[in-house]
Design a protein around this ligand. Structure first.
Ligand SMILES: Nc1ncnc2c1ncn2[C@@H]1O[C@H](COP(=O)(O)OP(=O)(O)OP(=O)(O)O)[C@@H](O)[C@H]1O
Ligand SMILES: [Mg+2]
Length: 396
């Protein structure tokens, strides 16, 4: 029996509908349930063939659990490694390379310095030239976190004063500064399995629960063409990024769909916001995707989806290293004595030395007895200070 699990947070409608749908299909050898996590140990496999992740963006513990699960054979949807690496600025840059139009976008150094940094941490950074940015991007413009969601800290600004006022509120967030697209149509599109696409008219100016209650304005042949282009762009982006379950948003200006936000690997799928028809589509396609992936899943192997961007890079690396002298070592498991699935032993694996005293790790609330007096090393002083250190933050 292969198990499909769903990991979720505060949402209430999609998880149960998904589990019910998979189970109603009664596919031989496949069952679905809510993920249950007890002890999480390194290199120990979970008993899920597939996990649909709807929440690890908010729970770092889950993200780490999922990486371990993926390493030991679970097909995690979406790929937790890629999701950890991804952010909106990179997404936009990749879109340009994939031939998908995106708004003109700059990356802003954060207003406040990150914790534990000083002026010296920013000696490579020139003063940000706001006037040049205003000229390049124009008004109105959007300022939004380069890695964010839920419309948090998203600002629309109409002039330099508003831009600076917004920037002043952003603290340590790294922000995008982006051309605002004045649109006639707006769409949000589900993409599942890098192949199934649902294009939903979306009106971001409505209240949240009414954003899907709108119609496409572009009609006739032009409308058909627009939808075909959007589908093509959605597939390019989702295959490029390697997301199995994503939404892609477009603002349409002068008949051209411009991708606004396409890194949404736990997209809204609540019946109360997307509406019953879109909900039915996403439940059905997610159930089919999960079943397909469970059937294809090979225990102990990498069952993740990697986008074409990573695949190409990995291909290049493999070619480059095939001539080199680097060899992959035989896995060792001296420290893996807690019942984890050990890799097959090497022919002459060294036995763990009995006398080697491991550093004790204290269970919660206990103080470890040190094996030997711990050495305290002072942090090395920073590199030579420059004659005139520059200020890190963007200037007004
Ligand atoms: N460049 C832009 N031009 C026009 N509208 C934009 C632009 N950037 C963002 N918006 C508007 O702001 C909304 C929120 O922006 P964005 O989707 O990037 O943020 P988010 O926090 O990821 O939101 P979500 O949780 O919906 O994914 C968009 O749905 C869109 O209506
Ligand atoms: Mg988003």
């Amino acid at each position: 029996m292969k198990k499909i699990g769903i990991l979720f947070g505060q949402e209430n409608t999609f998880p149960q509908a998904f589990v019910d749908r998979v189970n109603q299909k009664a596919v031989d050898g496949i069952t679905a349930e809510f993920v249950r996590i007890e002890e999480v140990e390194q290199a120990v496999a979970t008993d899920y063939a597939v996990i649909i992740d709807r929440i690890s963006q908010d729970v770092p513990f889950y993200r780490a659990y999922l990486k371990n699960a993926a390493l030991t054979g679970t097909a995690v949807i979406n790929n937790p490694f890629w999701w950890s690496a991804d952010e909106k600025f990179f997404n936009n840059a990749l879109a340009v390379q994939l031939g998908v139009p995106v708004p003109k976008t700059l990356l802003l150094p954060s207003k406040a310095r990150p914790d534990d940094t000083s002026e010296n941490s920013f000696r490579n950074l020139a003063m940000f030239d706001w006037h040049k940015a205003f000229e390049k991007i124009g008004f109105p413009a959007f300022m939004k976190p380069h890695a964010g969601g839920g419309w948090k800290s998203v600002y629309k600004v109409d002039n330099p004063d508003e831009a600076w006022r917004a920037y002043d509120e952003t603290g340590q967030l790294v922000m995008l500064y982006q051309e605002a697209v004045d649109f006639t149509d707006y769409f949000r599109c589900y993409c599942l399995g890098g192949k199934d696409v649902l294009i939903m008219p979306y009106e971001p100016r409505n209240a949240p629960h009414q954003r899907y209650q709108t119609e496409m304005k572009t009609q006739g042949e032009e409308g058909e063409k627009l939808l075909a282009t959007i589908k093509d762009y959605v597939l390019r982006l989702c295959q490029g990024l390697g997301y199995d379950f994503n939404t892609v948003e477009f603002a349409v200006r002068d008949g051209i769909p411009i991708a606004i936000d396409f890194g949404n690997p736990a997209p809204d799928a609540d019946i109360n916001s997307v509406g019953p028809e879109n909900f039915e589509w996403v439940v059905e396609h997610a159930a089919n995707l999960a079943i397909e992936r469970a059937q294809a899943q090979q225990p102990g192997r990498d069952n993740l989806t990697w986008g074409t961007f990573v695949q190409k890079s990995a291909g290049q690396t493999a070619i480059a290293s095939s001539d080199g002298a680097v060899e992959v070592g035989t896995p060792v498991h001296e420290t893996n004595d807690l019942g984890a699935n050990p890799p097959a032993p090497a022919k002459k694996a060294a036995a763990p030395k009995k006398s080697a005293a491991p550093t004790p790790v204290a269970p919660e609330g206990e103080t470890p007895k040190p094996a030997a007096k711990a050495k305290v090393t002072k942090a090395a002083p920073a590199a030579d200070a420059p004659a005139k250190p520059k200020k890190p933050a963007a200037k007004k």
